[in-house]
Design a protein around this ligand. Structure first.
Ligand code: UD1
Length: 418
């Protein structure tokens, strides 16, 4: 079993190039399934989830390769209609292949994706959207079996919540459909715009991405293209937080400044000085951060749920009391047990977490129980006294490329051991 071993207390300082966005790359890889010819993706992060997505595409008949952050996906004239159960279990986001398979071959069979560490993650909005577009859906023995009655047709779909996954899946199903699809109350996340940007470059007709009403006009065919994946705003938030919590300074390059504003403004409230220029963020932090009273996770452009554990970890020693409200997932405070073990003072009541700043954190052996929670406990380890050992690295490796190497580059004393 691999572990991260951290000697805490080092001030982080240096420059870092940000990786490509996992949450953009996964739906875009799925979208490549809709295209004839070949797609070439630059700035594709080297992550276990990306390998899982490429394995799924391979198993469906596509020819894929990956090296030096460039992924290629080529259509070979076949697209199978069933994803193997084991592959589906490898990553929760595998459900994003549903819309694309329906779009291309009008049928698909998949099993329910793997259990999720963030609590229940229903897909009713995805399936309701497909039904409106002419898809018959049966659920049998843990499998979802989808078949198009006649043809996939455009539809007016109003989401009861701006779900990122449902918005993406409906876009994927609609780009090759007959007629116009309108998604009302669509998610506005930057990763949706990245997906739409790629599909447009392949020939799709999509308008309104980044807003609450997306309109898609189906086209007959899409052709693969060359595309560069946007930078990862959550990985960016992680390195900024890690630096802030150690009183350090960082030049973060290749960042998406606007997309990170709800996060960087929080770090400013905590007392960090932040300057931006082009796609570079410069952050300098003093020796003690200030608590933040009111951090509510919300759909974009609100504060991202993915950054909740990350910001919490950097505020554990802040002066005063910080209050978090988690509004997206009902089971997203699991990292607090590990943080408390390291000396943090946190009370969780329902969807609220109250963090009283403490003077010191102490190194401990703790487990990453999910991806962003794992990043959070690592951040706490960096600012704790003594040695921390983090296990459960399979979670962290789903979303961070060269995690410990990037932190070590900034001056952290962190190593991966067997
Ligand atoms: C969510 C986050 C996204 C993050 C990702 C990975 C939001 C709005 N979405 O995306 O930013 O990158 O997790 O951590 O912050 N829901 C239903 N029925 C559905 C679909 C969703 O009830 O069919 C509910 C979910 O249970 C959840 C909420 O809607 O409470 C948001 O879900 P959704 O945006 O779809 O989740 P992801 O796409 O996984």
């Amino acid at each position: 079993m691999q572990k991260l071993v951290i000697q805490g207390g080092k001030r982080l300082r240096g420059e870092l190039d940000l990786q490509g966005a996992k949450n953009s790359a996964l739906p875009i890889l799925s979208a490549s399934l809709l295209c004839d010819g070949e797609s070439v993706f630059h700035n594709c992060p080297c992550l276990t989830d990306i390998y899982s997505a490429l394995r799924i595409l391979n198993s469906l008949g596509f020819k894929c390769s990956f090296s030096d952050n460039t992924a290629t996906v080529k259509y070979n004239g076949i697209c199978r209609s069933e994803i193997d159960g084991e592959l589906m279990q490898e990553m929760r986001s595998s459900i994003i292949f549903l819309g694309a398979m329906l779009g291309r071959i009008k049928e698909c069979t998949v099993s329910y994706p793997g259990g999720c560490e963030l609590g229940s993650r229903p897909i009713d909005m995805h399936l309701d959207g497909f039904r409106k577009m002419g898809v018959d859906i049966r659920e049998e023995y843990g499998k979802i079996i989808c078949k198009v009655r006649d043809k996939i047709h455009g539809a007016k779909i109003s989401l009861s919540f701006p779900s990122v996954g449902a918005t993406e899946n409906i876009i994927l199903c609609a780009v090759l459909a007959d007629g116009e699809t309108v998604i009302n109350n669509s998610a506005r996340e930057p990763e949706i715009c990245d997906l739409a940007g790629y599909l447009r470059k392949c020939g799709a007709k999509i308008k309104g991405d980044g807003e609450s009403r997306i309109v898609i006009n189906g086209v007959k065919k899409l052709n693969g293209c060359e595309y560069s994946i946007m930078p990862d705003r959550i990985a960016g938030a992680t390195y900024l937080s890690a630096t802030a919590s150690t009183g350090g300074e960082i030049i973060l390059k290749n960042a998406c400044i606007n997309a990170m504003e709800s996060f960087t403004s929080m770090l400013e409230s905590a007392g960090c000085s932040i300057n931006t220029s082009g796609n570079t963020i410069y952050l300098r932090s003093g020796s003690c951060l200030k608590a933040i009273k009111n951090i509510k996770t919300m759909p974009y452009p609100g504060f991202p749920t993915d950054a909740q554990a990350i910001l919490m970890a950097s505020l554990l020693k802040a002066k005063g009391t910080s209050v978090f409200e988690e509004n997206i997932f009902d089971c997203r405070y699991r990292h607090t047990d590990a943080l408390i073990k390291m000396g943090a003072d946190i009370q969780v009541i329902g969807k609220t977490a109250v963090v009283h700043g403490v003077k010191r954190l102490y190194g401990a052996t703790v487990e990453a129980t999910d991806l962003r929670g794992g990043a959070g406990v690592t951040i706490a380890g960096l600012s704790a006294e003594g040695t921390s050992i983090i296990t459960g690295l399979n979670h962290i490796d789903r979303g961070y490329e060269n995690f410990e190497k990037s932190l070590a580059l900034l001056g952290a004393d962190i190593k991966r051991t067997e």
